[in-house]
Design a protein around this ligand. Structure first.
Ligand SMILES: [Zn+2]
Length: 325
């Protein structure tokens, strides 16, 4: 009896522990930024290749910042379904128009990812014009993260972790567990980065595509759950020195088949989109020649900032959204 109680208590603790704490998982974000480099035209690819490790490693900084900077969280999502039946008609694409209609407080409360991508894009153009290489790299890594988040269906809904439909944990399931199991088999030949005319429209279109997939993401999981008893739906796996509760391999495999490559498609679209934003910013800045070494002290400063971020992140002064806990 005692043992059972202890086991139930342990199980419920493990239930809460997500497989991975972050959108797309650290693995996903790093891969997306890394692979975006290979979509670039040769005259720009050389520069990014030199800094491949940087743009990949720093792809996860925005997720760490969520636990350190209060304003950060809203930059990763938009709960578009908060805005009524036809939210994409209701919400103006332009930031100022949207503020006029809803106030900035409301927008911040329900997420601002498309506008934040636009802001990062303008920042990146500026950094290219200034040939400020550390800033180019930092902004490239950041915008890659936000673009990738905009491609995740559950980053576009109030029901972001299935919490409104008794599907708790689906957020990490879709964006971390499935890539963990299947990303090796994804096809990453995504083609070449394209010149973007209107960055804001491109990112809004991505949000809309993501949102169109929300129903399937939830519906398929609900249907499968009816077929799977709970002890087959979940399993326990070792993660380093701890044991975590995860969606079982059988359940994941069936969901993966039902989604019919959805995760892979969103990831591929994210990769090409990240490359296209970088490339377009560089072109808009007049294709600056970036063939100069970065002074060592600037590199040191960046590494210093990252260490500070990591240290602050460990303390987690800011509580983030439920699915991250
Ligand atoms: Zn994120």
């Amino acid at each position: 009896m005692m043992l059972n109680i202890a086991r139930i208590a342990l199980l419920s603790i493990l239930c809460i522990a997500p497989l991975d704490l972050f959108c797309w998982g650290f693995y996903g974000h790093k891969s997306i930024n890394r692979m975006a480099v290979f979509t670039l035209p040769t005259d720009l690819m050389g520069f990014y290749k030199q800094h491949l490790e940087f743009v990949s490693a720093h792809a996860v900084d925005p997720d760490m910042r969520r636990y350190v900077v209060k304003e950060e969280a809203a930059r990763h999502y938009i709960d578009i379904d908060h805005f009524g039946e036809n939210p994409f008609d209701a919400v103006p694409r332009e930031w100022n128009d949207a503020i006029d209609k809803y106030t900035e407080d409301t927008l911040q409360a329900y997420g601002i990812v498309p506008w934040h991508v636009e802001r990062m894009y303008n920042r990146l153009v500026h950094a290219f014009k200034e040939k400020d290489i550390p800033y180019i790299l930092k902004t490239s890594a950041d915008i890659g993260h936000y673009i990738a988040d905009a491609h995740v269906p559950l980053h576009t809904t109030e029901n972001y972790n299935g919490q409104m439909t008794n599907q708790h944990g689906i957020h990490g399931f879709w964006e971390s567990r499935l890539p963990e199991l299947y990303a090796e088999d994804y096809d990453y030949f995504v083609g070449k980065a394209k010149l973007i005319d209107r960055p804001l429209d491109v990112i809004w279109d991505a949000v809309e595509e993501s949102h169109n997939a929300v129903d399937s993401v939830l519906e398929f999981e609900r249907a499968l759950t009816e077929e799977f008893p709970s002890d087959r739906k979940y399993a326990f796996e070792e993660r380093g020195r701890s044991t975590v509760k995860v969606y079982s391999r059988d359940f994941s495999a069936e969901y993966h088949v039902m989604l019919n490559h959805m995760v892979e498609r969103r990831m591929r679209d994210a990769i090409i989109s990240v490359g296209s934003f970088w490339y377009s910013a560089w072109v808009e800045a007049g294709k600056p020649d970036l063939d100069k070494p970065i002074p060592q002290e600037q590199l040191d400063r960046i590494e210093e900032e990252r260490k500070e971020l990591e240290a602050a992140y460990k303390v987690k002064p800011v509580k983030s959204r439920e699915h991250d806990e």
